[in-house]
Design a protein around this ligand. Structure first.
Ligand code: MN
Length: 739
């Protein structure tokens, strides 16, 4: 019941009417933007789609064609051309109906056929798995978008209507689709400046992904709004008076920002709604740029601006070409409010994005202005084109979609674009892969800095190199751009392969020795031949398979022994596993760098199932192909996978490991009382821990509070210390490490 009600709220919020959209609604919208549009074409597209989808039903039980009609309606509302609106009616026919590309092209022309083809998913049969199918579909879609942006706009309208009707799917699908919407489609809408699509997509996704946070925030906002309404009303009046006095003619409106953007801020700043300055904003629209600055001056004269909050996006537009002045002022009662000042044209661009640049004749697209948007998409295609790993491609795509950009200069004055937060290392890799590999430091604006410094727009960056320098795992944490990360990973992979070959070779030699066979007495050709018999074309692949644990030493040497001898080794038997011994011996030779002692040169990683912290009792487990997983000794997941005791290996924490940092999730149950939140945050502060995530919820009926916290600790003692501080708080009932 409650849920149903909330959905209605969302539906109202994003303007979904309870009535299904009809053809006449679409027509009306089209004519309101293009009074002389060729309506026959539109009617023909509608009829064609209706016929193709006849008899199909949606999950909700409604006729399928309601969906394409609604998509066409969303498109018509943006004022786009007839091809785009018609593509809304027809966007699903290639995927779901026995309609061919040719049919569309002959009936509706090349442009429409291309748009519909662009939004159509690739056939499902030819892929190994879902991840690959998804990655390839994105690739195809982005390529089609970079040729014609209308493909993206149709896709966004399609996604918007699917989000609006998501209630008919099961919760798991709702979450998956909402996640994809947040990660891919909302950022794409943002990048082409279509802020209305973006806000609606985000709001719906937020509602389905975090229903509790959503309704809690909505409740808080409603309350706050009632309180602040009066203040805001009087400030609005005064702004108008100030502008009139200065003879600045302009439109003043006010609004509360979207729930999702406020939620993002709350999360990022770890604050409460009181700590957010700008959830309430005024917007002032003028006729000219000159007037924008005049308005700004008049307002700064009247109210005190908060230092550091003034942003001039007119002089320096955002990467999606958004232009505006932003400033935050303080009212007499101490309440801050944000003001955005821009021209009417800039405002149209901010709302409609790329579409605002297009010109039409009789509802047909005449010219497509502003190639910056498509240039950006093309760059996205280019930069990801050699990524053969699907997971990596998806990850890179998502990151590039959300990143803002900075502009920096080479010493020769050439401009390079990098993601926000980029370091000199990103810069070096962008210039040349080899330069990146050998970077040891950098000069920013002539001053020596470390590889970790964050670059700012306008910096002049000079890279210092050394021929002896080599990339390391650590670098993956320093770089921000995906192309740099990709290059480092590639280098590390090659290096890991080399090491695994060396390790495999030694294990193999050692294992043979136990049967009194010396490797050097066996000819290379013989080893090669037997390895081929085991399925390895190259000798290196055979050794690296042993090194990585893809094949056990016993299996590897079996073809070299007389039959029946394998189980009777003649060497000394010890409890410790043979692989473990070999690894230990090899590893002891190398210098200590990594967290787990004795394994310096073996691939070691902390198991995700139990996330051990420095100081936990631990044990290693040699995985098939991914090196040694380090588990907590009492890890339940490990108990299950310990079917092969020979893969167990003793490991310990490296005492020399400098300042380790581990994330750990903690659940705290408390009595519900005023001030509890504050006490807990104070305790965390006292225990000197960084908070990564903090979520509080209240069970009013039971009078209980639950705090879901992710903190950073250095050691298990540090975590104990955090618990000690929490225990001291009055009303804390329990605390528990979750992983
Ligand atoms: Mn669809």
């Amino acid at each position: 019941m409650v849920l149903k009600k909330a959905i209605q709220t969302v539906a109202q919020l994003v303007g979904v009417s309870a009535q299904p959209v009809r053809y006449d609604d679409v027509l009306e919208e089209v004519l309101s933007h293009h009074p002389d549009a060729e309506t026959d074409y539109l009617a023909k597209a509608y009829a064609f789609g209706a016929k193709a989808h006849a008899g199909q039903v949606r999950k909700s039980g409604e006729p399928y064609y309601q969906h394409p009609t609604a998509v066409a309606y969303h498109l018509a509302k943006t004022g786009l051309d007839l091809d785009t609106v018609a593509a809304g009616f027809l966007h699903d026919v290639l995927e779901d109906c026995p309609v061919e590309y040719k049919d569309l092209e002959t009936n509706f022309g090349h442009d429409l056929a291309e748009i519909v083809n662009g939004v159509t998913k690739l056939g499902k049969v030819k892929f190994q798995d879902k991840a690959q199918a998804q990655a390839e579909s994105y690739r195809k879609m982005i390529l089609a978008m970079s040729k014609d942006l209308r493909v993206l706009i149709v896709k966004l309208a399609d996604r918007l209507h699917n989000m609006q009707t998501l209630e008919h799917l099961n919760p798991e699908k709702q979450k998956r689709i909402s996640k994809e919407t947040l990660e891919i489609y909302a950022p794409l809408a943002h990048r082409i400046g279509m802020s209305q699509f973006k806000t609606e997509l985000e709001t719906l996704a937020f509602y389905y992904l975090e229903p509790e946070s959503y309704s809690e925030l909505k409740r808080q906002l409603d309350t706050r709004q009632k309180i602040s309404h009066k203040t805001m009303d009087s400030i609005g009046h005064e702004i108008r008076a100030v502008l009139e006095k200065n003879q600045l003619e302009s439109d003043v409106t006010s609004r509360v920002k979207s729930e999702y953007s406020i939620f993002q801020k709350l999360k990022k700043k770890q604050t409460t709604i009181e700590g957010i300055y700008d959830y309430y904003a005024f917007r002032i629209l003028t006729d000219s740029v000159r007037e924008c600055y005049a308005v700004l001056g008049a307002l700064h004269e009247r109210w005190k601006p908060i230092p550091g909050r003034f942003k001039d996006f007119i002089a320096t537009p955002k990467p999606n070409l958004y232009q505006s002045l932003h400033t935050t002022l303080i009212a007499e009662n101490g309440m801050p409010f944000e003001v955005q000042i821009r021209t009417h044209m800039m405002h149209r661009l901010a709302e409609e994005g790329v579409a605002a640049h297009w010109t039409y004749k009789r509802g047909r697209l005449l010219s497509v202005g502003k190639s910056e948007y498509t240039a950006w998409l093309r760059k996205l295609v280019d930069e990801n084109k050699d990524m053969s790993d699907h997971e990596e491609f998806l990850e890179s795509l998502k990151a590039q979609l959300v990143n803002d950009e900075i502009l920096v200069f080479t010493p020769a004055g050439e401009i390079k674009t990098l993601p926000k937060g980029a370091t000199p290392l990103d810069f070096a890799y962008q210039i040349h892969t080899e330069l990146g590999h050998h970077t040891i430091g950098a000069k920013i604006d002539g001053k020596m800095t470390s590889l970790r410094s964050t670059l700012q727009t306008g910096n002049i960056v000079e890279i210092l190199t050394s021929p002896n320098q080599r990339p390391s795992q650590e670098w993956l944490k320093i770089v921000k751009s995906h192309s740099a990360r990709h290059k480092i990973r590639q280098w590390l992979r090659t290096e890991e392969k080399k090491k695994s070959i060396e390790l495999g070779h030694q294990i193999f030699e050692k294992e043979l020795k136990r049967y009194k066979i010396a490797l050097k007495t066996i000819s290379r050709d013989l080893v090669q031949g037997k390895a081929e018999g085991l399925g390895y074309k190259k000798l290196d692949d055979f050794y690296s398979a042993i090194g990585f644990g893809h094949i056990t030493p016993a299996k590897a040497i079996a073809p070299f022994l007389p039959e029946g001898t394998l189980d009777k080794p003649t060497g000394d038997e010890v409890r410790e596993s043979r692989i473990a011994k070999a690894i230990n011996r090899l590893a002891r030779k190398k210098g200590a760098q990594v967290t787990v002692k004795g394994q310096e040169d073996v691939l070691v990683y902390l198991a995700k199932c139990c996330s051990p912290i420095f100081g936990d009792p631990i044990v290693g487990y040699i995985t098939r192909g991914r090196g040694v997983a380090v588990h907590k000794r009492d890890c339940a997941g490990l108990q299950r996978s310990l079917n092969d005791p020979e893969r167990r290996i003793e490991v310990e924490w490296d005492k020399n490991y400098d300042n380790p940092v581990f994330s750990v999730r903690v659940l705290v149950h408390t009595e519900e009382r005023p001030g509890m939140l504050l006490d807990i945050t104070q305790a965390l502060k006292d225990a000197k821990t960084n908070v990564r995530k903090f979520q509080a919820s209240v069970n009013v009926e039971k009078n209980l509070g639950v705090f879901d916290i992710v903190i950073e600790v250095n050691t298990i003692n540090h975590l104990e210390n955090v618990f000690k501080h929490l225990r001291k708080i009055k009303g804390v009932l329990s605390q528990q490490r979750v992983k």
